[in-house]
Design a protein around this ligand. Structure first.
Ligand code: FAD
Ligand code: SF4
Length: 459
């Protein structure tokens, strides 16, 4: 059998895109989308669907694209996924749907994510047909957190006729999609259009309400809500715990990306929220968050951006595509390097970061080779801004204000992996607040499972 090569994604050139915040991949045109859809073998038992946590009907929507029925393809995806333009852009398809595609055994898999993005973008440009508001069943439920987990649970519950209120701590919905992922990976208007689709189902999103401060979960029940879904994510940053970390010029990646994305500092002076950007910036860590921080710093005008990571290229947790984009844009990778302390100047700002070189030993508990310091290899990296991207953990607020809600030793909520039910009757939880930092589509899968079991509970 002759299999056509996978269609490449057109992109902005690296030297142009480091000067702007516009999206890097430009998307398929109609002919390319049809050509890519023709690569799908239309398997009778499609394994790709099993690889997708929300079970998008992949062969069916790809067949519709092949037939030139692009709006119909988007509607087919939206039968199970209200955020297709977002998922087509940010899902790690290589470890979810696409890695299960049978073509991937000998060839490159069908570009499922790119086709999903194409269908959703086509429908948006053609004019989205908003959903008809379902008939109310008279029961109210509450969602805590408007991230992908909360919004997915909200959409599914609204479809079933519930009155759904989403309480969100920030002034905008979206969770990490809004405050973490930069617009050059996920444009704001596209995200807002998908949130409006969920609102059109009747979901009310109430911003600026911190559950555990403004009102607690027990009080939500007293207000007449029959069930609660908690999707508060894992947004509390972790630090290195090394000397000098409290100096000026050291911040978490969460703070940096929130200032840029949520507070629009990348649009200064249109928005009066500037962020200082010195010429030498260091990002510590090598996951997707670190790549986003490095690439954002370059776009804000830093001349040299170092990515410091204590293991080697092979262990970097970021998606290959993100690492490749960062390399193309000029991020300087200092691998097998570990920070020891920050050095301050007389004004209290950092002027450098002392590091030590590492080598890899035997695998540790995580299965990755353990990094070991090389004696006598200390050196100072000149840097005026250090951004720490070494992971996040749960925020303790909900745990502290909800008596009887069981959490594990790291503070994540304990929830059944199939039903998302917690130790409290009527309280369900899912997404990063249960699993720790994971992916958008896994959070959405948990939101969907929770909606199905919440509906059973209330019936
Ligand atoms: P979140 O997205 O964290 O949303 C939780 C929401 O709850 C937030 O809006 C928060 O403000 C709100 N909240 C918290 N506490 C309260 C409270 N007490 N009261 C009311 N509201 C509250 N995943 C991918 O699949 N692909 C990627 O490319 C990718 N890139 C990433 C880049 C960055 C910078 C980061 C940080 C993460 C990335 N991830 C990526 C991971 C992914 O975004 C998360 O796994 C996902 O967003 C988790 O969804 P969630 O709904 O559980 O939580
Ligand atoms: Fe793949 Fe994500 Fe689409 Fe599922 S939602 S089919 S994992 S791109």
């Amino acid at each position: 059998m002759i299999v056509k090569a996978r269609n490449p994604m057109p992109e902005q050139k690296p030297q142009e895109r480091v000067k702007n915040f516009l999206e890097v991949p430009l998307g398929f045109d109609e002919a390319t989308a049809i050509s890519e859809a023709e690569r799908c073998l239309q398997c009778k038992k499609p394994l790709c669907v099993e690889g997708c946590p929300v079970h998008v009907p992949i062969p069916q929507f790809i067949q519709l694209i092949k037939e030139g029925k692009f709006v119909e393809a988007s509607l087919k995806i939206k039968e199970v996924n209200n955020l297709p333009a977002i998922c087509g852009r940010v899902c790690p398809q290589e470890s979810q749907c696409e890695c299960k595609c049978v073509l991937s055994k000998k060839h490159e898999p069908v570009a499922i994510g790119r086709l999903e993005r194409f269908a959703a973008d086509y429908e948006r440009k053609a004019g989205i047909s908003l959903p008809i508001k379902p008939v109310s069943n008279g029961k109210a439920i509450a969602i805590v957190g408007a991230g992908p987990a909360g919004l997915t649970c909200a959409g599914d519950m609204a479809r079933l006729g519930y009155k759904v209120t989403v309480f969100e701590a920030l002034h905008e919905p979206g969770g990490v999609l809004t405050y973490g992922i930069p617009p050059f990976r996920l444009p704001r208007d596209i995200m807002k259009s998908e949130f409006n689709y969920i609102r059109a189902m009747g979901v009310e999103i109430v911003p600026n309400v911190i559950i555990g401060r403004s009102i607690t979960i027990p009080e939500i029940f007293k207000d007449g809500y029959k069930a609660v879904f908690v999707g508060t994510g894992a947004g509390a940053p972790m630090f290195l715990d090394i000397p000098g970390e409290n100096s000026l010029g050291v911040m978490s990646a969460n703070e940096f990306l929130t200032r840029v994305n949520l507070m629009n500092s990348y649009r200064y002076p249109d928005f009066d929220t500037p962020i200082p950007m010195p010429s030498r910036v260091t990002v510590v860590g090598a996951g997707n968050v670190a790549m986003d921080a490095c690439r954002t710093a370059l776009r804000l005008g830093a001349e040299k951006v170092y990515c410091v990571y204590r293991r080697s290229r092979a262990e970097m947790p970021a998606r290959n595509e993100e690492i490749h984009h960062a390399e193309e844009e000029g991020v300087i990778f200092r691998l097998l390097t570990n920070p020891l302390r920050f050095i301050e100047d007389e004004s209290g700002w950092i002027s450098g970061m002392e590091c030590i070189q590492m080598e890899l030993g035997e695998p540790d508990d995580s299965g990755r080779r353990r990094p070991m310091p090389k004696a006598g290899s200390e050196f100072v990296l000149d840097t005026e801004l250090a951004i720490i991207a070494v992971g996040t953990r749960s925020n303790p607020l909900i745990r502290q204000t909800t008596p009887g809600l069981k959490t594990d030793r790291k503070g994540y909520i304990e929830a059944d992996s199939l039903t998302q039910a917690t130790s409290l009757p009527g309280v369900f939880a899912g997404g990063d607040i249960v699993t720790g930092a994971a992916t958008v589509i896994e959070a959405m899968g948990a939101g969907k499972n929770a909606a199905a079991s919440m509906h059973r509970f209330l019936a």
